[in-house]
Ligand binder design. Sequence first.
Ligand code: PLP
Length: 405
Amino acid sequence: MEFLSIAERFGFRPDALERIRAAVSNSDLQGNGPNLARYATTFPKPSKGDQFEALVRGKFGVKHALGVSSGTAALHAAMVAAGAAPGKDVICPAIGFLATSMAAALAGATPVFCDVDESLQMDPSKLEALITSRTIAVAPTHYGGAVCDLGPVLAVARRHGLLVIEDCAQATGATYRGRTVGTLGDIGCFSISAYKIIGGGEAGLLITNDPRLFDRACQVAEAGGLWRPDRFGPERYPGELFPGTNYRLSELEAAVDLVQLGKLDATVGRFRAVHRRIRSQQRAFREFRWQKSNDPEGDIGCLLRLFPQTLELGKKAAEALRAEGIGAGFLGPDARSDWHLYSDMFPLFAQHAERCRPDLCPVAVDLYNRGISIWLDSWYSPADCDAIAEGVHKVLSAYGTPITR
Ligand SMILES: Cc1ncc(COP(=O)(O)O)c(C=O)c1O
């Protein structure tokens, strides 16, 4: 009940509160009263976690879904499942979040960074040159609510027999050529933390159509054996069992995520409408380029990003946008380091500093520092959108030269 009062104060909606109440009152493990574990042997079935995974399978049209404790946990399980280990390489984008490359490193593999293009996503034309006999997988991130150009990434990966692990933590619900991201590669990983497209508290999700990859991911994430039909039985096939961890999803979290996932389409729809309304009112200027989109229909559109020609112009334009009341972020060369750019991923430095050298992915370093970012809210009204559109247009007109065709 204490949790419920906190959840209420933090603005959980009535339907989420109702699910939490049900989870709390249902759980009874070995006569010890309410608990929040997803302990499949004694839990009333189906558990909230089971229900969440069933909803995911239906919604994403995949054979297997595994709810876990975080997006990082999903990525770690995916990396180990894919065979990441000492002596192996995993190719990650130079812009994304540390969690992807760190998961590969945690599994003992070496993260190898691939530069980006003007979409800020992995540049497929740079991928092939990074592949060696050590490479086992490519792990593109769909960064900032936008989608990576998966078609050519998949083509290169397939040509070389590599697995593809999609990091969809920042793009849950986005689509690429009409298909939901996370379902195009071999494994899709998602974060459902409070800061993501749909968020509960702390949770993650892994999806795949491959039964062996799924078993391996389960063994990493739930090495206590609860996931197995005969929990403590011997190996059913060579390689089924190996040391793992406990990344189980809690029942409380699953109860909330069930509700949150149900809101995904509406949330993505609102973001797209907001983004479209603002972008459609913009004109082209010689000194500013909009972030390239690999699929304008498929992006979520939670972010507007443009690249001014110079850092100096970027600084001035971002200040002018802020003076218009628009929350514009601009990093510039002196920015505090941030773990979305590979050359700032300090936790990797002890073992992989050579891979994080700024000269290896110059496009990423340049664009990351030069970009102006405006985060959008899916609840903006049409009037809010028009005010932002007008403010952006005013600033770009003041600092740029219109391109007239
Ligand atoms: C691209 C990306 N991957 C993975 C993660 C990790 O997710 P979590 O915070 O749920 O561990 C994040 C979270 O910030 C992310 O942005």
